[in-house]
Structure formats: structure tokens, C-alpha cells
Ligand binder design. Structure first.
Ligand code: SAM
Length: 219
């Protein structure tokens, strides 16, 4: 699966894509990440990528021409790729969406906004606009990392355990979280691991986990 990211800050991805499961997924040939630097498509000698908004207002917007050219360059690498735009205006990102994209294994082109955002006309070539939640970040790079991580870890062969990606929070319905977990020692500073997890009775353990998962602690 090819994932191309259009960004003004490609260096931000080195750490996230260069470590742990995301790194291993690329090493094993399961996924191929690349960054397209929007600056390369900037206008004029200064490679300008932003301008002031029509109608006034604070800050700068990413201009349509560099964005469109960057998407065209990415499409030249992978003509069937889906284009995702990171934006607070988008559909909220959910585990079920990560699963749909992981199952499709279709290439992705992820556009990271910056400054006060982007010229809205770029949405004419976007397949889905995605928000990672109701708060504003400085740029679309962290949302792009979140979207990429949540998809890549679902690709076959990325996680170690066969069922690791199936018995997790939000898999059932985007709401239910898995039960608390414990490892050795069985007692620490007087805090004991629930007895049922130590007795080896898998039916009882499953029942305990069933009863202790749920809606999490969002109170
Ligand atoms: N002026 C915009 C607004 O009020 O909606 C916020 C722009 S934000 C500072 C810059 C860029 O960060 C956005 O264009 C988008 O690409 C990204 N971004 C910020 N928050 C986001 C979120 N919750 N989900 C997805 N992308 C986000």
C-alpha cells in the first residue's frame, strides 16, 4: 500500500515512520511511505505556497495552484490513489474508517493543511475530508500521522499476534473499549491483579473481560 503525504514539513514524518511498527511495515514491504514537499510546487523564485484570504481575515492560506500540482504529481505515481484532506471540517476519524481503508489497500494521498488552512477549491479533487477531533492543531501533519498509523497497524502482517487487531478497543462498534490489562508481578505495593486473571480458567477470564470493557472513562 502506497501512502503519499503532501506537506510543507516532510521532516516531521521521519521519527514516526522511522520507528516501531510503522518502520517495520515499510521494511517488510507492506507499505511504502513518501512525502511530497509542497514547497517544490511553490510559485515564482521564492516558491511561494500561501497568500492572504479573499474577504480579509487573519493569517495565510495554502494556494490552490501548488496544492493542485502536488496532487497531480502524487497521482502520477499512483493514479488510483484516494485523496484525503486533513481538516477540522471533515468526517470524524474512527476505527471503522481505518478498517475500511486498510481492507481496501488502495493507495492514499494525504494533504496536510497549514497556517489558516487552504483554498477550498482543492476539495474538488479530494475523496474524503477527515477531522481527528474537535480541536485545532497547527497543521495537518499530526492528523496525517494518526490516520496513517491507525490504518497501517491493521494491514495483515504488521502486528505480531494473529488476532491483535481484532480484540482491541473500538473494533466492535467505534465505542466499546477493551478491559484493563495486567502483567507481572501479581501484587505491587499492595495492589493485586484481579484473582480471575490468575486462575487459568479461560471461560471465566473471557466473561470478566466482557464485563470490564465498555464505554471507558469519558465522564
Ligand atoms: N482556520 C482553520 C479552522 O478554523 O478550521 C484551522 C486551520 S489549522 C491551524 C491548519 C491545518 O491543520 C488545517 O488546514 C488542517 O489541515 C490541520 N488541522 C488542524 N486541526 C485539525 C483537526 N482537528 N483534524 C484534521 N486536521 C486538522
Amino acid at each position: 500500500m502506497k501512502i503519499q503525504i503532501i506537506t510543507l514539513f516532510p521532516e516531521m514524518f521521519d521519527g514516526v515512520f522511522g520507528a516501531s511498527m510503522l518502520w517495520k511495515a515499510q521494511k517488510d514491504g507492506i507499505v511504502e511511505y513518501s512525502c511530497i514537499n509542497l514547497r517544490d510546487f511553490g510559485l515564482g523564485k521564492r516558491k511561494t505556497v500561501d497568500d492572504t484570504p479573499y474577504g480579509g481575515g487573519d493569517g495565510m492560506l495554502l494556494m490552490i495552484e501548488p496544492l493542485m500540482k502536488a496532487v497531480e504529481a502524487a497521482k502520477n505515481n499512483d493514479s488510483k490513489a484516494k485523496v484525503l484532506l486533513m481538516t477540522p471540517r471533515g468526517n470524524t476519524w474512527l476505527q471503522s474508517k481505518a478498517k475500511v481503508y486498510a481492507d481496501a489497500k488502495q493507495g492514499l494521498i494525504i494533504i496536510c493543511g497549514r497556517y489558516e488552512g487552504y483554498d477550498e477549491r482543492i476539495t474538488s479533487v479530494v475523496d474524503e475530508q477527515i477531522s481527528i477531533g474537535n480541536y485545532v492543531l497547527t497543521g495537518g501533519e499530526i492528523p496525517a500521522m494518526i490516520v496513517t498509523d491507525s490504518i497501517v497497524r491493521l494491514l495483515p502482517g504488521v502486528l505480531g499476534g494473529e488476532t491483535s487487531a481484532e480484540v482491541e478497543s473500538f473494533v466492535a462498534d467505534d465505542k466499546t473499549v477493551e478491559a484493563p490489562q495486567y502483567t507481572r508481578p501479581a501484587e505491587f505495593n499492595g495492589m493485586k491483579v484481579p484473582e480471575v486473571l490468575l486462575n487459568g480458567n479461560h471461560a471465566e477470564i473471557d466473561a470478566w473481560r466482557q464485563n470490564n470493557g465498555g464505554s471507558g472513562i469519558d465522564e
